[in-house]
Design a protein around this ligand. Structure first.
Ligand code: 6GU
Length: 276
């Protein structure tokens, strides 16, 4: 995969040299380039922003430096936007981090991990002139994405999060691919709690089932802990959960949490109490 990031603070992306993602770059699993938007300006002051039409607080990022930056990246990436002699080439995906974007999640990370080229456009100030997104649709699949319902000062921190979430899904990046299977959100549920030695620590015991050596029981306990945690912390995830193929024991566990299965979906019992 190739990733390009455009920002007026390229130093903000320095952590992408570290840890798993840094290693993936060294190993050639991921080609990642960070570009300084100001190098695509032509005036003496390297201006990237201006006042908003219609008035209001703050500044808006000017369109032309963005067009210059994105055109140079689209050309260098070998993306054939004319659909010409090299056969049909997929447009790169242009991700625009914004609190006004579609919500980024694990399913989207998996989808984006299949792409050949991702480009991240880090806005600052009040955002980028909207015409850039319209124009860019000719060269890219444009996806405005948000991490969640809160406001960051710019897209850079969001890019760190999204590149890590996507990059770790690329083949060979995470040493043991099994660790990608049993983690939060991989199956629409939160992860179960984990413990390590010592088995007794400050008068707190590791749940006995984990010391039992009974792998079937352990698997079932972990799964039911996933249910319990998700119901308590993220009940919204259970609305999307596919309950069509749950075992009797799983349905009973949800029953104790106040959920019935109706038409393959979990339904919260109105009184939240136990089944009849
Ligand atoms: Cl992706 N960008 C910005 N600037 N703020 C955010 C965000 C993204 N997600 C949540 N807040």
């Amino acid at each position: 995969m190739r990733i390009d990031v455009v920002s007026i603070f390229p130093e903000y992306l320095a952590p992408l040299e570290l840890s798993l993602i840094g290693k993936a770059r060294q190993d050639g699993l991921l080609e990642l380039n960070v570009h300084d938007l100001r190098t695509f300006t032509t005036d003496k002051h390297r201006t990237v922003d201006d006042t908003p039409y219609g008035g209001g607080a703050g500044m808006v990022m000017k369109p032309e430096p963005w067009a210059q930056a994105l055109e140079s990246i689209a050309a260098a990436g070998g993306a054939d936007t004319e659909g010409g002699s090299h056969g049909p080439t997929k447009k790169p995906v242009l991700i625009v981090p914004s609190p006004a974007g579609e919500r980024f999640n694990q399913a989207l990370a998996c989808e984006l991990a299949e792409e050949e080229q991702l480009v991240f456009a880090c806005g600052r100030y009040e955002g980028i002139d909207e015409r850039v997104m319209e124009w860019a649709a000719g060269h890219f699949t444009v996806r405005p994405l948000s991490l969640g319902d809160y406001v960051l000062n710019g897209g850079e921190v969001a890019v760190l999060a999204m590149v890590e979430a996507i990059g770790r899904l690329l083949p060979g990046v995470v040493g043991n691919p099994e660790s990608l299977v049993e983690e939060s959100h991989s199956d629409g549920l939160l992860e179960y709690p984990v413990y390590t030695k010592p088995s007794s620590w400050r008068d707190r015991e590791v749940p006995a089932v984990l010391l039992s050596g009974n792998h079937g029981k352990i698997a079932q306990w972990r799964r039911h802990e996933q249910f319990r945690r998700t119901a308590e912390r993220r009940p919204d995830l259970l609305e999307e959960f596919d309950a069509g193929n749950l075992s009797r024991a799983d349905r009973a566990a949800f029953g104790e949490l106040g959920y019935d299965v109706v038409d393959g979906r979990l339904r919260r019992r109105p009184d939240g109490g136990l089944p009849d």
